[in-house]
Ligand binder design. Sequence first.
Ligand code: NAD
Ligand code: 6OD
Length: 486
Amino acid sequence: MRTFRHFIDGAFRDAASGQTFPDVCPLDGKPFAEVALGGAQDVDLAVRAARRAHRGPWGSMGAAERLDRLRLVADAVQRRFDDFLDAEIADTGKPAAEARRIDIPRGAANFRIFADLARGMGTDCFETHTEDGAGALNYAVRVPLGVVGVICPWNLPLLLMTWKVAPALAAGNTVVVKPSEETPATATLLAEVMAEAGIPPGVYNVVHGFGPEGAGEALVRHPGVNAITFTGESRTGQAIMAASAPTVKHLSFELGGKNPAIIFDDADFDAAVNGTVRSVFSNAGQVCLCSERVYVQRGLFDRFVSALAERAGSLRMGDPYDNAVGIGPLISRTHREKVLSYFAAARQEGATVVTGGGVPDLPAPYDAGYYVQPTIWTGLEESARCVREEIFGPVCHVRPFDEEEEAVALANDSEYGLAGAVWTRDLSRAHRVARQLEVGLAWVNCWYLRDLRTPFGGTKLSGVGREGGQYSMQFYSELRNVCVKL
Ligand code: NAD
Ligand code: 6OD
């Protein structure tokens, strides 16, 4: 059996406690690796190494050389594409076609884009009047924060970790990464790549383990950590915010969602169906941006629900390397129990189950995997738990609406505010509705179309701050003003 160890100060290490926990493959429920069980002692070692590297080789390296090395990391991820693919599939069970198209290319692209962006960042300069007439010059310099704690979820492990690590390093910080306990593989593999690309020891550290009372919490509480960038559940964000208060850390949070999709009856029908199928079922619904509430204008409702149900019913499950497979398992037994509990709750709350609602009948070894059927409900009240709470599975509720105003009000009636999708051919309406949605990301006639220079993040319970492009560079650095009396 393989072992995923911590990576601290340029070397792989066992946990200080000597303990491990199993990494289970969701395709068949079988453990395939042992993972070092990190705690406060491991985190402390990693933070000390990161501080030394920040004061030493990484902090004193010129920006051009630092960014060139990050480009080498991108090249190395690309070179080891198949290793990353296999690692990601073993951890998550997601279809290879999806990981080949999105997760692994983004693992490389994140390093390239932030290496380019960091080179072009400028700062302000002001000429200031003084009483003696000689004046003063004020200019700002952008400096790294120091050590950044990177706490990651399990749904897009490589994509979301590198989305944070790349800009943090580009800005001159060093990092301690705490991958999700469900998905330790790609963060460990990236450690090998970092070493190959000439990233000095201590710049990229990985401590595996759990969150509360484990490595995650220890990282948040450590006084040597200057900032925490976190993606995960809103409740976890609340706990991290409270635990980081005594050491007043910079925080960036990308949290949960209960995202609406609005389909007007003038929409391109096929495009709206295709887009909604993607937005509900991608990664088995385990993307924070997935649509769980679909509002369809009444004239189109029956036809749309039938088309969606037909497509959902035809999503194949099984061998993730088979290109015909369109949907994988959920991440864990526990998460499947949670999603199935919503399937039961929906029935109690009076849902009509249009399709799915159970566990699929699959051949071995997938019969032991954590699969659920792609599921569509109609007929729930907006007050139903299944319409209000994030489920994070391959499921949506579809409800008809009559007027534009009503659709906007329904979409905004949520504690969350991450993303929304609007499908219409009416350009004015598209702009009007997108402007009114209380979300950080509004897509029109598309879903999850990404340009990495754009601001990414949520409103309400869906997050604090924006990452992406210059917004990431701003979060991972701070400005120091220099005032020179002339
Ligand atoms: P999670 O919050 O359970 O765990 C995320 C990470 O936080 C894990 O590494 C975990 O070990 C750690 N953690 C848990 N409790 C902690 C604590 N008290 N202190 C420090 N660390 C702690 O989330 P998850 O189940 O891994 O991921 C799914 C969730 O993430 C969903 O809610 C989803 O919407 C959200 N998500 C949001 C975005 C976004 O961009 N907004 C992206 C991906 C996922
Ligand atoms: O694409 C991205 O940059 C990003 N942060 C995606 C988040 C997906 C959430 O599950």
